[in-house]
Design a protein around this ligand. Structure first.
Ligand code: COA
Length: 359
């Protein structure tokens, strides 16, 4: 076997009809529709419908009443464990034993409930009781309801920030967490198992955890007023500048463009320092890696937009998970339809045959 590709870069593992980043054109389309057309036109829950059902209607349902077992206030660990627990509480059946319609219903219930769990975990984190269902029911959109459940109020600016962020990050082809969801689904496991596995994969800083590390960078640059020096020191220590680089895009990440515009529209006080850091980072990365295009990725301005909504940095991976329930659900259904177990090969490069005494 001589075609090993570290990180599976460029390896085509699936065919998908859901979405795929347009690598060179810097666009992202969900079922063919550009995200630029969706943001501000339809709310997130309708985008869920577009991705999962190729139809805006009925979209993602409201969550049903449910009491999480014991929330620690640390999302996404709460989200991962509660999602796995729902498999047992709702007695979800294995994907191999149910039809597509049942799998769809399980995924719709789970998606809505996962958002609710994150809102409740965030309330626990803040030391308050999540708002009761009658308060939440006053919200018109999923973003409004999420904020009402978390804080008991939904500032329109915060709603716009979260809705835009969720739409921009709802789906992105075969990223690590979606791959994980598909692998789990391909074994015929239930939908709760596939969704909770995806949450675990998303929690790492190289995938969904980067925004949590962007705000501290912005704070440091704001305090020194020296973005070039900050970037130089970080790169000299072989550190990674969070919010830059992408395995797929070799052009501007279209999501970054939408989120930057939104941050400006919402009057974020951090835009100025973010633009200064972005300029310094891109210049330094161009100089050090002239043959490798490293551009601003979705996480950089996500951090700024989520900051407008007063989302604390340690909650950002769970906010990403809320958005990605749409992409995961769509891919789990697509995977179920292929019905083929995912089982790649590894090239063995360890010691040749030897006796135990040689170890
Ligand atoms: N800061 C500094 N250097 C970076 C970098 C960054 N943000 N992104 C890539 N590089 C460098 C790597 O250090 C590596 O250099 P080397 O060859 O001297 O070791 C080279 O560019 C290639 O990196 P690699 O990790 O192989 O590229 P990739 O395209 O697979 O990486 C990411 C994609 C996202 C993992 C990577 O760009 C990264 O770690 N970014 C920061 C984390 C982040 O923003 N994650 C959110 C992604 S949406």
């Amino acid at each position: 076997m001589n075609d090993f590709r570290p990180g599976l870069e460029g390896v085509i593992a699936f065919q998908t009809e859901i979405a795929e980043p347009d690598r060179d054109g810097g666009a992202l389309r969900y079922r063919g529709v550009d995200i630029e057309e969706l943001v501000g036109t339809v709310p997130y829950e309708k985008v869920w419908g577009l991705l999962v059902d190729e139809n805006l209607e009925p979209g993602m349902p409201d969550p049903e009443p449910y009491d999480p077992a014991s929330l620690t206030g640390k999302a996404p660990a709460d989200l991962q464990s509660e999602t796995a627990r729902l498999s047992a509480v709702w007695d979800l059946q294995k994907l191999v034993d149910i039809d597509d319609e049942q799998a769809h219903d399980d995924l719709a219930r789970l998606s809505a409930q996962m958002m609710s769990v994150v809102a409740k975990s965030a309330a626990v984190h803040d030391g308050r009781e999540p708002a009761p269902d009658d308060v939440v029911a006053q919200g018109r959109t999923a973003a409004e309801k999420f904020l009402l459940r978390w804080r008991g109020e939904a500032d329109p600016k915060h709603v716009k920030a979260i809705d835009t962020y969720w739409i921009c990050t709802a789906e992105h082809g075969l990223n690590a967490s979606t791959f994980t969801a598909r692998i789990t689904a391909s074994t015929g496991a239930d939908c709760g198992a596939a969704m909770s596995a995806a949450v675990g994969a998303l929690s790492g800083p190289l995938h969904g955890g980067a925004p949590a590390r962007v705000l501290p960078m912005l704070d440091e640059v704001a305090s020194t007023g020296n973005p070039e020096g900050y970037v130089r020191d970080l790169l000299n220590r072989h550190g990674r500048i969070m919010g830059f680089g992408h395995r797929v895009y070799r052009a501007e990440d279209p999501r970054s463009r939408v989120l930057k515009r939104t941050a400006k529209e919402l009057g974020s006080p951090r835009v100025e320092v973010a633009e200064a850091l972005e300029e310094a980072a891109l210049a330094a990365l161009r100089e050090r890696k002239p043959d490798y295009v490293i551009a601003t990725n979705v996480e950089f301005y996500s951090a700024v937009v989520l900051d407008v909504a007063e989302v604390p940095p340690d909650l950002t991976p769970a906010m990403f998970a809320c958005a990605r329930v749409a992409g995961w659900a769509a891919h789990i259904l697509e995977e179920k339809r292929t019905g083929r177990l995912i089982r790649p090969s590894a090239q063995y490069i360890g010691p040749s045959s030897r006796s135990l005494s040689a170890v």
